[in-house]
Design a protein around this ligand. Structure first.
Ligand code: SAM
Length: 208
């Protein structure tokens, strides 16, 4: 195994598990999961930090996650949950789900990392029923120019260290360009995070 392979496969998922498991993220996770219902697909499931916040209106979740270590680290959260979660696919760019089969979709801090983000959004649109909702909580391009300058400077390092994570993806723009209608969005800097990393967009986008 290469050094990068070992880092990406074994070390990075554990770092992500710790970084994504911060208590400060919990109110945001609760907010983004509000209103999820029925059959759900979650892309970039990671180690399942959203699982405790799935509302009772969720019937079942198809979890899409490339990392075996991430999936393993989700074990305790999955055991403690009343919701059935099936690992369904390894790549948000190609979902092994039928067209128009999901009521809701969820993505948290994942659109930054998927290489072809438009392919992933096309896939989410394909599997959502007409009018189905994508709930999103994503970091991306900051609203302020001076923060953006730092994001552009730091992005190459961020991508190398954090498995391809971009700092400058314009979240709302991506979603509207991909054909979603945004019905609700809050753009803010996350408490306790450096601004270049914590420029978040939280909301709901409807598939046509
Ligand atoms: C920063 S983590 C966020 C994890 C989780 N969504 C959370 O909020 O705790 C980004 C996740 O995206 C996953 N990921 C990377 N490439 C992906 C792809 N092509 N399709 C789906 N998920 C991917 C990573 O393995 C990682 O678990």
């Amino acid at each position: 195994m290469t050094r990068m392979g070992c880092y990406g496969e074994h070390v990075l998922p554990r770092i992500i598990n710790l970084a994504c498991g911060l208590k400060t993220a919990e109110p945001l996770r609760r907010r983004v999961c509000e209103g999820l219902q029925g059959e759900v697909v979650e892309i970039g499931f990671g180690s399942g930090h959203n699982v405790p916040f799935y509302p009772a209106t969720v019937d079942r979740v198809a979890a899409v996650e490339p990392s075996d270590v991430g999936w393993k680290l989700a074990g305790k959260r999955l055991e403690a949950s009343g919701v059935t979660v099936d690992r369904t696919g390894l790549d948000g760019q190609s979902l092994p789900l039928p067209d128009n089969s999901r009521d809701s979709a969820l993505t948290t801090w994942t659109l930054c990392t998927i290489p072809d983000v438009y392919a992933a959004l096309r896939e989410v649109r394909r599997v959502l029923k007409p009018g189905g909702k994508l709930h999103f909580l994503e970091h991306g391009l900051a609203p302020d120019e001076h923060v953006r300058r730092w994001q552009h400077r730091l992005e190459p390092v961020q991508k190398r260290v954090f498995g391809g994570c971009h700092l400058t993806r314009p979240v709302v723009n991506l979603l509207t360009t991909a054909g979603f209608t945004i019905t609700d969005v809050d753009v803010f800097y996350e408490d306790g995070a450096p601004k270049f990393l914590g420029a978040d967009s939280l909301g709901v986008a409807v598939s046509p």
